[in-house]
Design a binder for this molecule. Structure first.
Ligand code: ADP
Ligand code: MG
Length: 294
């Protein structure tokens, strides 16, 4: 039978806007010693905005935005929403067809007879977009300035970069300090580039050694498994489709209420307020609840 204290704890969680899948989840929560955090939409708002563009030779900003906007209109990613919005502010979007997306990689679509790809370096390679050293330098320089930079390719030719930025939630730094005070180790796990990851980590107080960038969705789950093999009891906090495998692998999966259905389904616990302070509350609740049962 389930101890009454756990049921009370589950009810108290609901009052706090913390939806717990079953009473045993609170027991799992108490054992956690490491908290892996996704960046976009978890530590940051996830409302990206296009801040600048870097057209390649022969291209201009309106063309770059028009191509990327049309290709991204089939994607639900926050990067896609921001690019579509910026493109629409400029012109009416062209119709795209044959849309394909690679989670943690990018998108590809056809516009008329042309093929447009948008995404990271590996996605350009997979789609035979030729990249020179100069293109790599352009990317590195935009990333050093803290941008999430997306490469755009047109029929195998590099067309330029679209640079985006996001804001850290005002509550994230305090919550991460509190996690440390509770004796937990916060770790940042992101598919975004290392420069952006380092800047976000510094802003919220995550140690440089605990930052993992350029992590593809399957590798997020592997990162969880690796820490578990080292004897750690791991909670994973995320919101995206790309976080679902890691949420399922973790000893405790925590989804943001604003997250995708796939993330919420994979998680043991969902926080409705979309704010990391509720992760702290969940851990405190589990400790209090189980403290009263013994
Ligand atoms: P995060 O871990 O920050 O939530 P994702 O795993 O969703 O990030 O994405 C990782 C990277 O993959 C992005 O920073 C971007 O380079 C690329 N990417 C993912 N989706 C898209 C998209 N729709 N358009 C362009 N690039 C994308
Ligand atoms: Mg995310």
């Amino acid at each position: 039978a389930t101890p009454i204290g756990l049921l009370v704890g589950t009810g108290r969680g609901a009052q706090l806007g913390i939806l717990i899948r079953g009473p045993q989840v609170l027991e799992d929560t108490r054992k956690i010693d490491t908290v892996l955090l996704d960046k976009t939409g978890t530590i940051t708002e996830g409302n990206l905005a296009v801040t600048s563009t870097t057209p390649a030779w022969g291209f201009d900003t309106p063309t770059l935005l028009a191509l990327a906007g049309a290709a991204e209109s089939g994607s639900e990613h926050p990067i896609a929403h921001a690019i579509v919005e910026a493109a629409r502010a400029n012109a009416t979007l062209s119709e795209a067809s044959d849309f394909t997306s690679a989670p943690g990689g990018g998108v590809r679509a056809r516009i008329g007879t042309q093929t447009v790809v948008a995404g990271r370096v590996s996605w350009m390679r997979e789609n035979d977009v030729a990249l020179t050293q100069e293109h790599h330098r352009m990317l590195a320089s935009a990333q050093q300035e803290g941008a999430t930079s997306i490469m755009i390719g047109l029929d195998g030719t590099f067309a330029g970069l679209i640079n985006l930025s996001d804001t850290v939630k005002t509550t994230s730094a305090t919550a991460i300090t509190q996690l440390k005070e509770l004796g937990l180790r916060p770790v940042l796990l992101t598919g975004d580039n290392a420069s952006v990851a380092a800047q976000v980590a510094a802003a919220v107080g995550i140690d440089t050694a605990d930052v993992f960038a350029d992590v593809l969705p399957e590798a997020k789950a592997q990162a969880v498994r690796k820490l578990q093999e080292e004897g750690r009891v791991v909670a994973m906090v995320g919101d995206g489709v790309n976080d679902a495998p890691a949420l399922a692998q973790a000893d405790l999966g925590i989804a943001m209420g604003s997250g995708t259905d796939v993330a919420i389904e994979a998680a043991d616990l969902t926080i409705m307020g979309n704010d990391l302070s509720q992760v702290v509350q969940s851990i405190e609740l589990s400790r209090k609840t189980l403290g009263t049962i013994k």
